[in-house]
Structures are given as C-alpha cells and as structure tokens.
Design a protein around this ligand. Structure first.
Ligand code: SF4
Length: 295
C-alpha cells in the first residue's frame, strides 16, 4: 500500500499543500488536527487513504451531468458531516468501502472515461480531497480530459478550496441550512450556515455560473438544496443569499426527495416527507427571485 507522506513529492505545489493540510488535519472546518498519515482519524473517520464504496456510470444525477454516457461517479466512504437523516448512512457513517491508492483512483477515472461517462463526479470528496486531486493530476497526464465535478455536502473550508482552483470544473455543493441551531441538531455542525456560504462564494469565484454545451454542464456552480419539512432547511434565506450575494443566474436544483432515513424517524421535526406545498413554495420562490431552477 502506498505511504501517503512518501508520495506527494512529485505532484504540483497546490497538491503538496493539500497533503500538508492533512497532517495535522485542517482539511475541513472541523479542524480535528489529527495526523492522518500516522493512521489517526478525526470526525470523518478516514485515515490516510480514501475508502471508495463504488465507481461507475450514474444516470440519476441532474440531466446536465448525465448525457448518454452517465456521470462517472466515485463514491467516497466517510463524511465530515453527521446528518441524522443521511440516505447513504452505510457509506457515510458506517464507512463501507475499499481502501484505494492514488494510482488506483487515477485508473478508476480513466476507466470511467473509457466507459464514455461525460464527467468525473467525486461524491463526498471533502475529507479525501488531497488524494482525489493527486489522482486527477496523475490521470490528466495519462489522458483524462473529462470535467471534474466536486459533489459536496458543502461543509468545506475556503483555504482548502483555494488549492483546488484549476483542478475542479464544476462545483456542486449542497446548501443544507440557514440556521445554526438546526445545523447543529441535524448535522452536528453549528457553523454550517456561515462556512457553507463562504465556501459557495469561493466556488463561484473560481468557476462562475454554470455553463452548458449542447445541454451538458462543462464548468460552473450548481447548487443543490433539499427542502426539509417545516422549513427546517431555511430555504427562503438560502435562495435570497444566492440571488443577492452570488448571482441571480445561479443554477439550483431544489430537491423534493427528502424522506426520513437513518435516525430521522425518531425526530419529530423531520419524521415525514415535505408536503407538496412546502416544496413548491420554496421552488416557486427561487423562480421568482430569478434563479436558474432545474426542472
Ligand atoms: S477532513 Fe476529517 S480529520 Fe480532517 S478536519 Fe475534516 S473531519 Fe477532521
């Protein structure tokens, strides 16, 4: 198995800086400060090398990311959030996955390109971003040309994101909450609202509004917002923020697929699906504010 500390010397300066941010780990806003190259683990539960739960073409993403070949998804196990309603809790919380090296990850990206996927979609990459970016750099040298999608829960630090400039083409962050108390209760992240807004600003600074070519995304920002029952997500404030502080041409997917998973059934605020009225009021508000709302 590759040793993490021994293998970043041949990569670019920004990737070496990302690797340094793992030891002690300040890759994400948790700032656990564990030494991951020594096998220590922090909140995300992953030490030096990523755990990958699956690799393959995915046709369930937004249509602008799918095309005829599918989105080339790589699902990373572990997560830096603690959402009690997580739909992928076996991957994020129980960390079901296989340990991979940088070169194995690079080869997976090349395989997805060979399968005619239209992008490389890194799902939950925040806590393994140093290795993921090293793999992209390696795969680029071997012929990878697809756009890279950074598909994140949105709890990312600006300092880390700055090191991704030029490596990521499409940022697809969640914007989960407007309210600190709700973020603490549902995801164990009281600072999520301000961290998330700063991260989205940095993402937009790097790549701008979403650009399409023949109906498919090539570059830019695509925000995902999951409507929660009882307006617990603070949907209207998030929409206001995007329209007023990012761009009124921001592309957003207002999502209705919340259902009570994992531990949500025992939580009175989120133990049901949102009503059609709750969902439509958020979606119509985004349309009214002029955002580019995906259908
Ligand atoms: S990436 Fe993991 S270990 Fe590092 S600060 Fe975030 S949660 Fe902690």
């Amino acid at each position: 198995m590759e040793s993490l500390s021994a293998n970043f010397g041949s990569f670019s300066e920004s990737i070496q800086q990302l690797a340094e941010r793992m030891n002690p780990c300040v890759l994400c806003p948790r700032q656990c400060k564990v030494n991951r190259s020594k096998g220590q683990i922090g909140f995300c539960g992953v030490a030096d090398m990523p755990l990958v739960s699956s690799v393959g073409p995915h046709f369930g993403e937004e249509s602008v990311l799918v095309g005829s070949g599918g989105s080339g998804t790589i699902f990373f196990a572990g997560c830096n959030l603690g959402c009690i309603f997580c739909q992928n809790f076996d991957i994020s919380h129980h960390r079901h996955g296989t340990k991979v090296t940088i070169e194995q990850l690079a080869q997976s990206m090349l395989d997805l390109q060979n399968y005619h996927c239209i992008n490389i979609n890194l799902v939950t990459p925040t806590h393994v971003v140093a290795i993921a970016m090293a793999a992209i750099e390696s795969a680029r040298k071997k012929g990878l040309t697809l756009p890279i999608v950074y598909n994140t829960g949105g709890y990312d630090s600006v300092e880390t994101l700055k090191l991704l400039e030029g490596l990521v083409d499409i940022y697809m962050p969640d914007m989960k909450y407007s309210d600190s108390a709700v973020a603490q209760e549902l995801s164990n992240a009281a600072d999520y609202p301000q961290v998330n807004r700063a991260a989205v600003k940095e993402m937009h600074r790097q790549v701008g509004d979403l650009q399409l070519k023949k109906g498919l995304a090539t570059r830019g920002l695509l925000v995902r917002h999951l409507v929660l029952p009882n307006n617990l997500a603070g949907s209207f404030k998030i929409i206001d923020f995007l329209a007023e502080q990012i761009s009124n041409a921001t592309t957003i997917n207002v999502m209705d697929q919340y259902r009570p998973c994992y531990k949500a059934g025992s939580h009175t605020g989120i133990n049901r699906r949102p009503t059609l009225e709750e969902f439509e009021s958020a979606r119509q508000y985004a349309i009214k504010k002029g955002l580019n709302v995906l259908s």
